[in-house]
Design a protein around this ligand. Structure first.
Ligand code: ADP
Length: 933
């Protein structure tokens, strides 16, 4: 198909023009000019590849210049110029030369030498030929008239040739020369006159056949048909030279070729890079009666040939047009054919595919039918299953509802049981405590030495069992408290290291008995933190007792305390080398009442860890375990160093490690109430660990309790903590109880602390000794725990009363009693110290404590214990009391009084005064004046 298309394309009969020849003609009118153009076209008829561009300047040189320029722009490869005026066109010829386009000058030259070729007749020769022919006609004798053309090189050369050649014939004489303008009529008037004047004239030579025609008419008119006429041009056609000669109107015409064919031939040679003549001078032929017929026939033949050529060219053009349109149709047909073939092919393919698809579809339809049948079957089966499922769902829903109802019922029942259990536990605690007292008394009391070993063993069993029962009951109660959200954390600034150390030490005897090494490894000497000892006690006691319970003899328990890398949290780890926890138990050991593997000792309730975790969470911490069966376990308690204010104990306003000084002038807004019983701190100093623990345990449910193992440690702790009460054994290694009390009393910081003596000795003199040393109560072992508890309460109440009394004394302004007790003495000294610095607004508690030999905390606790107020309040009291004095004295203005007693601003003074005495300072002064007068 493609081959066919390219074959059609290859048949094109009109190759594109390869050359362009431009022809600038001075003028196109006139036969001679027409003959020039016709000659060119005749020659070009053999060269259809040439594009021929013709411009007619209509005898206007300016126009010819422009046309030459246009032809150059139009891309002429060769330019043929027939100049209108030689001088005017030199520049245009030069331009073509500059643009590389060869110029062929036709018929006339210009002033420029930059032309490629010249084609033109020999005008001089034509003139000479005319002269020689005339001499021959007239037998070298006779008068001659010459009619020239418009003065130009043509006319001039023809004239010269004629004149010169005539000189060879002395008897030939030119009677006159007329200047015409190439037209027939132009010479007629002058010629008429000249002929009449010179009747001897025998011949007229005209530079053109046209002027010869005019001359012939003059001769006819004058009856001078005898005069011979010679013209130039010799052209065929109506009225032209050939016809004139043939009809006898002129004797001869000189054929002067217009040069059209020659110019084209030269142009072709130039274009085809063939050798060519630069100067192409065309010859002249004489036409007279001897050859005119031949020449006429030739001209006619030429003309008919030309017509034939033109006809053929016309035919060719028609054929070309037809061919072109047919070719277009053929292209269209071919394209349509190609498209049809393509469509046919695809249609055939589509049909084939359709056939296959249909077959496939048929097969698939069959398969689909099978599948559909199967689906229908399955749907039916599904429906059956769905029906079954919905029935089952309903059943499940019903069961779930039932379960929910059961769960709710169980919850209500459990709640009731727990309530009962809790109440029951409460009831159990009192008889258990009552059993513990006498048993304790029997084991540690005066007659304990008289016990038989079996009795001691049995009593020990009773004690342990009772302890265990009590512990369980307490745990249950704690559990209940956590459950119902009644367990509250009341944290105080404390030292975690010291706290854990005490607990570990309490376990040492038991560890020794069990032959387990108990190591305490604090990473820091102290770690300050907010702790609720009552809460954390139970946590660590549980972890330690578990460790001991599940670690066989020869094992080790390590307790470490450290600050974690995470900001502001602390860790206590209890690690044992015991039996470890089975992986399946690990996730459950913190659940209430969960007991994994049966405990080795057979004891346990499954409550310890659950309680411990509950308590640690209350304390905003975490309890985790890491254990390897057979290798041991590590329980980790992580606690925040600080706790939110709502978990702070109400009396924890003064932290242990004070560092910021607080100006004294600031009033305290907190209500200064005496410490509640539960917040009272009791220090137990007892070297017998069992007794120490017993006493501590007795008191712990009611007070905060700290223990010391001997007199020295006790004294140190007393000074550190300034407890609200001390229970102290008398007989101790190192510092005895008596010495401890004596030192306590001698020290202002502790002189106020009530002391209960415990001793096995009950000699009255010893009691006296004790009381003399400064003990407030003397209890002999075995003592009744209830009585001990009562004694502690009584003493604390007494302290409170004393406090009230003292504060009232201070408030109601009378001077301290004449015979001061130690408290009053301390208050007097403190007052004196404050008064000494009364005008200072920047006095700090720290400074004041330092002067008195106290730490800030000691001073705080001392003042609180003695007066029940904070030290800052006390100082404010002193200031205001002094202010009253000064106001009464009436020497100073109120503002001056304010400054005098250490108030930086009048309004602050006024407000404080009003808050204390219920009236403004000015009112106080006014009333006093009224009272006085
Ligand atoms: P129990 O009263 O049974 O000790 P706990 O709540 O204290 O109850 O502990 C729950 C269970 O966790 C225990 O029964 C024991 O199986 C396991 N367990 C607790 N502490 C340890 C430990 N240190 N070593 C091995 N097992 C332990």
């Amino acid at each position: 198909m493609l081959g066919l298309l390219s074959w059609v394309a290859g048949c094109s009969p009109t190759p594109p023009p390869t050359y362009r020849i431009g022809f600038s003609q001075s003028v196109s009118s006139g036969d001679w000019r027409q003959a020039m153009l016709a000659g060119m076209q005749r020659e070009l008829a053999f060269h259809p590849e040439i594009q021929f561009m013709v411009r007619d300047a209509q005898s206007n040189s300016r126009q010819q210049q422009q046309q030459i320029h246009d032809l150059l722009d139009a891309g002429a490869d060769v330019l043929i110029v027939a100049p209108n005026e030689p001088q005017a066109l030199s520049a245009s010829v030069e331009e073509a030369y500059r643009r590389g386009v060869p110029v062929i000058l036709l018929d006339q030259r210009t002033n420029s030498s930059h032309y490629a070729a010249y084609v033109g007749g020999d005008n001089n020769g034509a003139g000479a030929t005319a002269a020689r022919y005339a001499a021959q006609l007239l037998r070298q004798q006779g008068g001659v008239i010459e009619i020239t053309g418009t003065p130009s090189s043509v006319a001039r050369e023809r004239h010269q040739g004629f004149t010169q050649a005539l000189q060879a014939y002395p008897r030939m004489r030119v009677v006159g020369t007329i200047v015409g303008n190439w037209s027939a009529t132009s010479p007629q008037p002058a010629l008429t006159k000249l002929l009449q004047k010179h009747p001897e004239t025998q011949l007229i030579f005209a530079h053109s056949d046209l002027m010869a025609q005019g001359a012939y008419a003059v001769c006819q008119r004058l009856g001078r048909e005898d005069v011979r006429i010679i013209g130039i041009d010799g052209l065929a056609g109506k009225g032209n030279g050939l016809e004139m000669v043939q009809q006898g109107r002129s004797t001869a015409s000189l054929f002067y070729s217009p040069g059209g064919e020659e110019a084209i031939r030269v142009a072709l040679k130039i274009l085809q890079h063939q050798a060519y003549e630069r100067e192409n001078i065309l010859g002249t032929i004489v036409i007279d009666s001897t050859n005119v017929l031949t020449l006429q026939q030739q001209a006619a033949k030429l003309a008919s040939q030309q017509a034939g050529i033109e006809q053929q060219q016309h035919l060719l053009r028609t054929l070309q047009a037809t061919f072109a349109s047919q070719r277009t149709v053929l292209y269209g047909l071919l394209v349509t054919l190609a498209a049809a073939l393509g469509l046919g092919a695809s249609a055939w393919r589509a049909a084939r595919n359709n056939r296959r698809t249909n077959q496939e579809l048929a097969r698939q339809n069959a398969a689909n039918d099978a599948i559909n049948q199967e689906l229908v079957r399955q749907n039916e089966a599904n429906d059956a299953i769905n029906r079954q499922l919905s029935t089952q769902n309903e059943e499940i829903r019903a069961q779930r509802n039932q379960l929910a109802a059961l769960a709710e019922q169980a919850r209500v029942e459990t709640e009731a049981k727990l309530r009962f259990f809790t109440n029951f536990s409460h009831e159990l605690r009192t008889p258990l405590t009552l059993i513990m007292g006498p048993v304790e008394e029997m084991l540690t009391g005066r007659n304990s030495t008289a016990l038989l070993p079996t009795q001691r063993h049995d009593l020990g069993l009773i004690r342990r069992s009772t302890q265990r029962l009590l512990q369980l009951v307490n745990q249950l109660l704690d559990f209940r408290k956590i459950e119902v959200g009644k367990m509250a954390v009341q944290a105080r600034p404390d030292d975690l290291v010291a706290f854990v150390r005490e607990l570990v030490e309490a376990f040492e005897p038991a560890a020794r008995v069990q032959q387990v090494v108990l190591a305490f490894q604090p990473m820091e000497p102290a770690l300050p933190a907010w702790l609720d000892r009552n809460v954390l006690d139970k946590v660590f006691l549980n972890l330690l007792s578990n460790a001991l319970k599940y670690t066989p003899a020869g094992g080790q328990i390590t307790v470490s305390v450290q600050a974690t890398s995470e900001a502001r949290s602390l860790q206590v780890q209890v690690t044992d080398t015991g039996r470890g926890i089975r992986p399946q138990d690990s996730p459950h050991i913190f659940e209430w009442f969960y007991q994994g593997e049966q405990p080795a000792t057979g004891k346990g309730s499954g409550m310890g860890l659950a309680l411990a975790q509950g308590l640690v969470r209350l304390h905003q911490g975490q309890l985790t375990v890491n254990s390897q069966l057979g290798q041991g376990s590590t329980f980790t308690v992580t606690l925040p160093q600080e706790l939110p204010a709502e978990l702070h104990s109400p009396d924890a306003a003064e932290p242990l490690n004070f560092s910021v000084d607080e100006p004294l002038a600031l009033p305290t807004t907190e209500a200064d109430v005496p410490p509640a019983e539960a917040e009272a701190l009791v220090l137990v100093i007892e070297d017998n660990a069992d007794v120490n623990e017993f006493v501590a345990r007795k008191l712990r449910p009611h007070f905060r309790v700290q223990s010391a193992a001997d007199g020295k440690a006790g004294l140190q702790l007393a000074l550190e903590l300034i407890p609200d009460l001390i229970v102290c054994d008398v007989m101790m290694p190192g510092l005895s109880g008596l010495e401890v009390v004596a030192r306590l009393r001698a020290d202002w910081r502790t002189s106020h602390v009530p002391v209960i003596f415990l001793t096995a000795r009950n000699a009255p003199e010893q009691q006296v000794e004790g009381v003399q040393a400064g003990a407030d109560v003397y209890l002999t072992k075995p003592f009744n725990p209830a009585f001990l508890l009562e004694s502690v309460r009584t003493l604390l109440a007494n302290r409170a009363r004393q406090r009230e009394h003292l504060s009232r004394q201070l408030l109601t302004l009378p001077e301290p009693a004449e015979t001061p007790n130690p408290d009053q003495a301390f208050i007097t000294a403190l007052t004196a110290q404050v008064e000494a610095d009364l005008t200072r607004t920047d006095l700090t508690v720290e400074e004041l404590a330092h002067v008195l030999g106290f730490s800030r905390m000691q001073l705080y606790r001392k003042v609180k214990a003695v007066l029940g107020t904070s030290i800052t309040d006390f100082i404010q009291n002193v200031r205001l009391k002094k202010a009253c004095e000064l106001l009464r004295a009436e020497k100073l203005s109120v503002t001056a009084v304010a400054y005098e007693v250490g108030y930086a601003s009048h309004s602050y003074f006024s407000n404080s005064f009003k808050a204390r005495y219920g009236m403004a300072p000015s009112e106080f002064r006014a009333r006093h004046q009224a009272g006085v007068s």
